[in-house]
Design a protein around this ligand. Sequence first.
Ligand code: KG4
Ligand code: ZN
Length: 308
Amino acid sequence: MHAEYGGVVPELAAREHLRNLSPVTQAALAEARIEAAQIYAVAATRGPGLPSALMVGLKAAQAIAFALRARFIGVHHHEAHLYSPWISDKPASADFSRFEPNVSLIVSGGHTMLVHVESLLKHHVLGSTVDDAAGECFDKAGKLLGLPYPAGPIIDRLAEQGNPHAYDFPRPMINEPHDDFSFSGLKTSIRYFLRDHPSLLGDRKAVGDLCASIQAAIVDVLVAKTIRAAKRLKVGCITASGGVTCNRSLRKQLAEACARERINLRLADQSLCTDNAAMIGILAEQRLAAGLEDDNCDQEILPNWQLA
Ligand code: KG4
Ligand code: ZN
């Protein structure tokens, strides 16, 4: 639906959420084989994110909690990503008995950040993107290549046939000592390159090489900075989540680099890389158990909520 517009249209997203919310809730209850009355607590994302979409989820969840006299927990979207690599799918459940302090890479269409997770529920942000997110860079590069939105998965597929060394795109901030990222310069360099070589777009082999070379530039930066942060902090575990973690080259290169450095790697399950309710529920469960939540059925959305 959003592909037609080349990106997410907030108003359309909110309407679809409203339309899907009730059937999805019914389906989740049926799948879990429980009655609504058995629900002890209801969780929803409070932020950050698109206000209209957050509003639908948060207010519906609060209404359900109120009607069921259940607890309500408003969850931080990025904090939930931090724990998604510890969840196994079908049925979604988390095993934190083997939890290790880690450096967590969250990488999606809206965010790119490195977080030091010192212990369960204790973390601090090391760095984040100063402009575009990595997924946004995949999507914008794809648009320049004439690919539909979201282009990340298509670039991943086309890159398989391509040569990652065919074109030399910049690796922004790869050697800078801080943990921030920047991807808008890479996007601009792709734009100028294609402006100067328009005939490449009609050549299948060249498009494959371009996809592989663009992907390599993004993945090199993500892998190098994540590994460097873990080594600097002497942390023995790296985790990754967010839509871009579906990227096969990123998964492979992280695995190879972690093996080389003897760092444990935990990648979110493919089905749980993108935004999902399991990670929201599982974080809420942990926060409730730790006594970190007050009952608050009238919380408002926080579209710009920063991870502490
Ligand atoms: O986490 P997500 O579903 O939504 C948010 O942005 O919050 O991530 C979507 C992003 C899009 O930019 C999409 O192009 C990218 O993840 N993405 C990928 C792949 N699958 C999804 N990027 C590269 N390779 C992929 N296989
Ligand atoms: Zn997300």
